[in-house]
Design a protein around this ligand. Structure first.
Ligand code: 13P
Length: 236
């Protein structure tokens, strides 16, 4: 049985002070049956790890794939591993805005694993790709290339259809399950957790997470408010 996990992706939101207030609030809750992780901006990681109850995990939203050196502005796995259990790699915003391709995602996942950080590897099709019937093809290519030479039992996968991110239009549980089942077949692992992301809210979390191959959620907008995030965790 795969234990569910709900992961907050705060994106470029929350100051250190706000991250600490969130942690103080969520620390009061005892009754989650799922794993919970908060992926915070780099500057908040250290303080968040100090304040957040040890039952909850901390994660980063990105890392660079080199060990160290002249890479102005970048953050290495060595720098974050003291605070982070997880790191998100290949989020569609990194792919689209920062032009990261599957090869870069693959290198980032590998450096994370090398340093004992579990990568949450994101994949998903755009609206145009879905409407032109290319969803399976895109997902297959992203898996093949971003997971090249990676032990899939050591990672978490996240299916985030780009058209569902920040739009309020989530994939239906059936739409999501269809792709999750495809991902599971392609990676060939019953152990690997596969998260759904894209407009997850307390109201739709249960229906999504009841699906056989949906092992949790990667939550953007609804993770910024502690009450709605807790609502999702309670539905997991
Ligand atoms: P929303 O939950 O805001 O749609 O964002 C999803 C996401 O990108 C999580 O990584």
């Amino acid at each position: 049985m795969r234990k569910k996990i709900v992961v907050a992706n705060w994106k470029m939101n929350k100051t250190v002070h706000e991250a600490v207030s969130f942690a103080n609030e969520i620390n009061k809750y005892q009754d989650f049956r799922c794993d919970v992780a908060l992926c915070a901006p780099f500057v908040a990681l250290s303080e968040l790890r100090n304040v957040l109850d040890k039952r909850f995990h901390v994660g980063a939203q990105n890392i660079y794939f080199e060990e160290a050196g002249a890479y102005t502005g970048e953050i290495s796995a060595t720098m974050i591993k003291k605070f982070c259990r997880f790191v998100i790699v290949g989020h569609s915003e990194r792919r689209q805005i920062f032009k990261e391709d599957d090869q870069v995602v693959n290198k980032k996942a590998k450096i994370a694993l090398k340093h004992g950080i579990t990568p949450i590897v994101c994949i998903g099709e755009t609206l145009q790709e879905r409407e032109s019937g290319k969803t399976s093809e895109v997902v297959q290519r992203q898996i093949l290339e971003s997971l090249k030479d990676i032990d899939v039992t050591q990672i978490i996968m996240a299916y985030e259809p780009v058209w569902a991110i920040g739009t309020g239009r989530n994939a239906t549980p059936e739409q999501a399950e269809e792709i999750h089942a495809l991902i599971r077949r392609l990676i060939g692992s019953e152990k690997t957790r596969i998260l759904y992301g894209g407009s997850v809210k307390p109201e739709n979390a249960k229906g999504l997470m009841q699906q056989k191959n949906i092992d949790g959620a990667l939550v953007g907008g609804a993770s910024l408010d502690v009450k709605s995030f807790i609502g999702i965790c309670q539905n997991a």
